[in-house]
Design a binder for this molecule. Structure first.
Ligand code: IVH
Length: 715
C-alpha cells in the first residue's frame, strides 16, 4: 500500500470545508482516498484492520463533506462510491421468484460416487440403470440472475441471500456478454450464470488502478464483484466483465427436457456458455472429465475452482428437488485447496456464542491462492496437541507450537486451516501450547464435557464474549438481518451498555426518545442514520417463526433445524408451550419432539434446556414481547395435505421414501416417522405392519400409494 504514505498529509483537515481552496480540497481528496482505500483493503481483504472504526468513519465523513462542497473535484476512484460497506441508499432489492441456491461440495472421488449413489437411491434406480450427468467448470465469479420479458432484459439481480438480491440492472446492461434483446425466447426467461473477469483483464485493471492511485483487487473474483456492485454504472462499464450462462430461474415455458439441451438453447439465444461442458454416463466418466479440466485450469484464462455435475434429465431434477439451500441433483467437485508455509506468531483464544473456546492461529501473512492470509482456525485443544476427535493421532501426533512453521490451506471460501507442521524448522526454545482452563474473557471456569472436543466457558450471559457473539448471531443475515446493525455496531452498542440482550434492540428507539441526539453526537452516526436504524429495527418486529427460532442461537439448532421446528409447531405460542412443558427424555412433549423427522435426542435436549433455563428464558420472553411473530402459513394454501401430519409405511413402488417425504413437505405436510393420535393420514404400501395396525386402532385415515398420488395429483 505504498501510495498511502506517498501522498503528503494535508494540514487543512481540521478547517471547515467552506474555507478550503480548490487546490487544498483536491489535495485532501487524494489523501483521503488513499487512506480509506488502504483501510478498506486491510479490513475487507486482509481481515486485519489497521484503523479504529471511529477514525475510519471520520475520514469517510470528511471525504463526503469535501465532495459535497466541491462536487467538480470528486474523483473517479472516490471511496464514497465503493462497496466496502453498502449504504442505506445503495441498491434496490429484488425478490427472486425462484430462489438462487448454492451447491453442495465434494472433495474426493469417493464423494462423487456417493453423490451418484444418493441420487440412484432417491430415484429408486439400480446401479446399472442409465443415468446421465453434465460436467462443466465451476466459474469463480459471482452469480447473477437476468430476467427477460418478451425478449427484453428488464432486470438483473445478484444472489444476495438467495431469496432477495440487489438490483444491478443498469450495471448488467454494460456487460458485453449480456444481450439486451433476445430473438425467439420464452415470454418470461430468467437466465442465471456467473459474472467473472479474465486473468488478462484483471491484470490490466489492477495496473490501471495502481497507476491512478486507486484500490487494487486481491483476485479476479473480488474485481468482478467490486466492478458489478458499483452504484455508478459508468464505472462498471469501464470494467471488462464477462458472463457465462449455466442455469435458469423462472420460465414461462420449458427450454428443453435436458440440462445440456437447455444450455444449448441459451447459447442459440446468444448467451456465452462454457464449451467445456460434456455429458457423462456415470462417476468414472465424470471424474475423468474433472481431471481433464483440472489439467487445463492454468491455461483457461479465467479462474475456476472445481467442476459442477448436474443430472441431465430435467424431469429427474424436478423429482430430486432441493434440500434447504442446495439442489439434490447437482454438486460441485472442488479442486484441492492451495497450500503455503508460514510461521505461527501467536495462538489467540476466541470465545463463541455457545461459550466454545476456539484457538485462532495468528500467522505471518502469506499469500494462499491469491489471498493474503494472516489468521487460521486451530479447531480445539486436541487439534493443537496432534489428536483427532477419536483420540487417534493426527499429523502423526505432531503438536503445533507458537514459533512453528505451519502449512496453511484454504478450502473454498471458508476460514483458512492449518494442515501440517514442519518439525525440522521448529525453533529450539518453543514450548507445547498450554490451553487455558479459564475463560480468557470473563475468568469463569472453562470445562470440557465428556465426549466433547470443545472446552466451554461456563459464564453464560455474564461472559461479555458470549453475550456479544449471541447478539451478533441474532442480527446475522439468516436471523433478524437488521440493516445497519452488523457485527461492528453490535460491539459498539454492547460496549456502550445500550444493547446487552436481544430485547434491548427493540427498546432502543424508546430509550433514545430524545436521545437520538446522543446517538447523533456519536462517531459515525447522524440524525438520518440513527433514524434509519430505528426504522430498520421496527421493520423486523414482524418476523417469521423459523427466523426467530434460529436467531435464539440455541446449540445444535441451525437454519434447517429451526425451519423444521417452525414448520412442526407453526406458532410461537405452540412451540413455547410445548418446550415449557417438556421433560428431557420422556413424556408426550418429548415424544412429539423426537418424532419430528430431523430432530434427534441431542437437539431436543438442547432446545428444552435453553427454553427452561431461567435467565435465558426471561430474556427470550422479554424479546418476544417486543415482536409480532408470524405463524407458519400452510406452504401451499390449496394443497390437500397442508398442515397435515403424514406417515409413510411399507414399500412404496412408484417413488422412494425420501422422494415421498420431500414432496409431502413441499406441499406443506409434516412427515412423521411414527403413528400417534396426532397423525392425520397414513400412506401404507405392501408389507405395512405395526404402524398400519396402530392407525386402524386409532381410526386414522389410511390410503395406499396410488391413493396418495391421486390425492396430490393436482398440486
Ligand atoms: S449451477 C441450483 N453451475 O457456484 C444451482 N453454479 O457454489 C445453480 N457456479 O451459486 C448453480 N459455476 O454462483 C452452477 N457451472 C456452474 C457454476 C456455478 C459457478 C457458482 C454459482 C453458485 C455457486 C455455488
Amino acid at each position: 500500500m505504498g501510495h498511502k504514505q506517498d501522498i503528503q498529509h494535508p494540514d487543512t483537515l481540521s478547517q471547515p470545508v467552506d474555507t478550503l481552496s480548490p487546490t487544498d480540497a483536491a489535495r485532501e481528496l487524494a489523501w483521503l482516498t488513499a487512506q480509506i482505500t488502504a483501510a478498506d483493503i486491510a479490513y475487507h481483504r486482509d481481515d486485519a484492520p489497521e484503523m479504529s472504526d471511529a477514525d475510519y468513519d471520520r475520514l469517510k465523513a470528511r471525504n463526503q463533506a469535501v465532495e459535497a462542497a466541491f462536487p467538480a473535484l470528486k474523483r473517479a476512484d472516490s471511496p464514497s462510491e465503493s462497496i466496502g460497506a453498502p449504504t442505506a441508499e445503495g441498491f434496490g432489492k429484488v425478490r427472486h421468484d425462484v430462489p438462487m441456491l448454492s451447491l453442495g461440495n465434494a472433495f474426493s472421488d469417493e464423494e462423487v460416487a456417493e453423490f451418484d449413489l444418493r441420487i440412484r437411491k432417491f430415484l429408486g434406480r439400480g446401479a446399472d440403470d442409465r443415468l446421465i450427468y453434465t460436467a462443466e467448470p465451476k466459474i469463480d465469479g459471482l452469480s447473477l440472475s437476468l430476467r427477460y420479458e418478451n425478449g427484453a432484459l428488464v432486470r438483473a439481480a445478484t444472489r444476495g441471500d438467495g431469496t432477495v438480491g440487489e438490483d444491478v440492472t443498469a450495471n448488467a446492461r454494460t456487460v458485453k456478454d449480456i444481450p439486451e434483446m433476445l430473438q425467439g425466447a420464452p415470454a418470461v426467461l430468467e437466465v442465471r450464470g456467473e459474472v467473472y473477469m479474465s486473468h488478462v483483464d484483471f491484470a490490466a485493471l489492477n495496473a490501471r488502478q495502481a497507476e491512478a492511485g486507486a484500490k487494487t483487487f486481491a483476485n479476479p473474483r473480488n474485481a468482478a464483484a467490486g466492478s458489478l456492485r458499483q452504484l455508478d454504472a459508468k464505472i462498471t462499464k469501464s470494467r471488462p466483465l464477462r458472463f457465462f450462462a449455466y442455469a435458469w430461474g423462472a420460465l414461462s415455458e420449458p427450454l428443453n427436457d435436458t440440462q445440456a439441451g437447455a444450455i444449448a438453447q441459451l447459447a442459440a439465444l446468444g448467451f456465452a456458455t462454457n464449451d467445456l461442458m460434456v455429458t457423462c454416463d456415470g462417476p468414472s466418466a465424470m471424474i475423468t472429465h474433472y481431471h481433464q479440466i483440472e489439467e487445463q485450469r492454468a491455461t483457461l484464462g479465467y479462474d475456476i475452482d472445481g467442476v459442477v455435475y448436474k443430472v441431465n434429465e430435467l424431469d429427474l431434477q424436478r423429482r430430486l428437488g432441493f434440500r434447504s439451500t442446495t439442489p439434490r441433483w447437482a454438486i460441485a467437485h472442488k479442486f484441492p485447496a492451495e497450500l503455503a508455509w508460514t510461521q505461527l506468531e501467536a495462538i489467540d483464544i476466541q470465545v463463541g456464542r455457545t461459550g466454545a473456546l476456539s484457538p485462532v492461529a495468528r500467522l505471518k501473512p502469506v499469500t494462499v491462492g491469491g489471498v493474503v492470509v494472516s489468521n487460521a482456525t486451530l479447531h480445539n485443544e486436541d487439534y493443537i496437541a496432534g489428536r483427532g476427535g477419536d483420540g487417534q493421532p493426527i499429523r502423526d501426533g505432531r503438536d503445533i507450537r507458537v514459533g512453528d512453521w505451519v502449512q496453511v490451506y484454504r478450502a473454498g471460501d471458508v476460514i483458512p486451516k492449518i494442515k501440517d507442521v514442519d518439525l525440522s524448522r521448529r525453533p529450539a526454545d518453543v514450548l507445547p501450547f498450554a490451553f487455558p482452563a479459564k475463560c480468557p474473557r470473563c475468568g469463569s471456569d472453562a470445562i470440557r464435557e465428556d465426549g466433547d472436543a470443545v472446552r466451554r466457558c461456563t459464564g453464560g450471559m455474564i461472559c461479555p464474549a458470549q453475550a456479544v457473539e449471541k447478539l451478533k448471531h441474532f442480527v446475522s443475515r439468516s436471523a433478524f438481518d437488521i440493516e445497519g446493525l452488523g457485527a461492528r455496531q453490535i460491539e459498539q452498542f454492547y460496549d456502550d451498555g445500550w444493547i446487552k440482550t436481544p430485547a434491548d434492540i427493540f427498546t432502543l428507539r424508546d430509550r433514545f426518545g430524545r436521545g437520538i441526539k446522543q446517538l447523533k453526537n456519536r462517531e459515525g452516526w447522524g440524525e438520518k442514520s440513527a433514524q434509519n436504524l430505528f426504522d430498520a429495527i421496527d421493520e423486523k418486529r414482524k418476523i417469521p417463526l423459523r427466523r426467530l427460532i434460529f436467531a435464539l442461537g440455541i446449540r445444535h439448532v441451525g437454519e434447517a433445524a429451526a425451519a423444521t421446528l417452525a414448520n412442526h409447531f407453526t406458532s410461537w405460542s405452540a412451540f413455547e408451550a410445548a418446550m415449557t412443558q417438556a421433560q428431557v427424555g420422556n413424556g408426550p412433549e418429548w415424544d412429539e419432539l423426537i418424532s419430528i423427522d430431523g430432530v434427534g435426542a441431542v437437539m431436543a435436549t438442547s432446545v428444552i434446556t435453553a427454553m427452561q433455563q431461567v435467565a435465558e428464558r426471561a430474556s427470550i420472553d422479554r424479546l418476544v414481547a417486543q415482536l409480532d411473530v408470524e405463524d407458519v402459513a400452510a406452504v401451499v394454501a390449496d394443497s390437500p395435505v397442508a398442515g397435515k401430519t403424514v406417515v409413510f409405511t411399507g414399500t412404496l413402488e412408484k417413488m422412494t421414501r425420501a422422494e415421498a417425504k420431500s414432496r409431502a413437505e413441499a406441499l406443506g405436510a409434516k412427515v412423521s416417522g411414527s403413528v400417534s393420535a396426532k397423525t392425520d393420514l397414513l400412506v401404507a404400501g405392501p408389507g405395512a405392519g405395526s404402524k398400519a395396525k396402530k392407525a386402524a386402532e386409532l381410526g386414522i385415515e389410511t390410503i395406499d400409494e396410488d391413493g396418495w398420488l391421486a390425492l396430490i395429483a393436482d398440486t
